[in-house]
Design a protein around this ligand. Sequence first.
Ligand code: NDP
Ligand code: ZN
Length: 350
Amino acid sequence: MANTKAYAATAPDSGLAPYAIDRRELRADDVAIEIDYCGVCHSDLHTVENDWGGSKYPVIPGHEIVGRVTAVGPDVKAYKEGDLVGVGCMVDSCRTCSACESGLEQYCDEGSTMTYGSLDRHNGTVTHGGYSERIVVSERFVVRVPEKLDPAAAAPILCAGITTYSPLKYFNVGKGHKVGVLGMGGLGHMGVKFAKALGAEVTIFTRSEAKVAEAKKQGADHVIISTDEAQMKAAANSFDFLLDTIPVAHDLNPYLKCLKHDGTHILVGLLTPVEPALQAGLLVTKRRVIAGSLIGGMPETQEVLDFCAEHDITCDIEMLDIRNINDAYERMKKGDVKYRFVIDMKTLKQ
Ligand code: NDP
Ligand code: ZN
């Protein structure tokens, strides 16, 4: 029985349109959430257009969800009706492997159940994301959104925020480090805020001259135009970390040259093959490292929300009427978003 309004893509080229879905009855450990806001992540676009293959249609995207609890199952301990909560990229995992036991559910040995496009571990139905009126999620995968934060501007913390915070924390980025953030979009602008808050000196690498002044406003200490060979050359051997949020296949070699010896290139955006081939010599001759990082576990997702409340960090957002979602995707493809669209879910009810 379809009991929930949503927006769905029914094929890679269909765009998004109204669609009704069914949200399940509460299981014992479930929390029912009325969604107020949902951020629009580039991963939503990748999945809708089947960039990574394997998309299961209809796709109801959305994994930057903020809303209010409307009901809880009998075993739920941490949440009650009326609480302001969030749901990010995962809604379940095996819960028993070493990764899950360490609170790293995103690295679950069995693969975590993603908020949309995964198979529910209990009944095998496909999960549906936050471009919808409400969602039902197991308590372990719900986080508390501090009331101090603007709930709309907090929504992207659930993916763009945690994805950039987690590797910076893992690699102990802090005072005395030079950090470069590649791409100033949803993830990139959050990466700048976190790296600054952790005490690092931050440089934005962008393709766009127009973003230079904005990057400085975001708190970046320096800006490098990545298409300018002279600027790239001048940056050789100078960075401790590069946080790479570029959403398409791209040449890593010019960036690797910018790392100091022992520097680390952290991929979060590159989910497509590396082209052209990596020059292994750039790693070997300076002991440079290429690392990858996927969102963050549930304890760390709570930690980043609390960190944001403490440091007054939120995302820079453009509020979006869900009826304009297809235009928003076109703008996102052009890198023309400041810096995250967030859907006002009231517009789904109109
Ligand atoms: P956005 O579209 O908001 O930002 C990406 C930025 O990358 C753009 O603003 C642009 O910055 C730059 N860029 C875009 N196209 C190109 C290009 N062709 N060449 C070089 N630079 C480009 O995307 P998001 O921040 O939402 O997501 C970034 C990537 O991270 C996506 O691939 C997404 O799927 C992935 N992701 C990964 C996660 C993880 O856990 N690892 C979690 C969430 C997202 P500029 O104009 O400054 O050059
Ligand atoms: Zn995302």
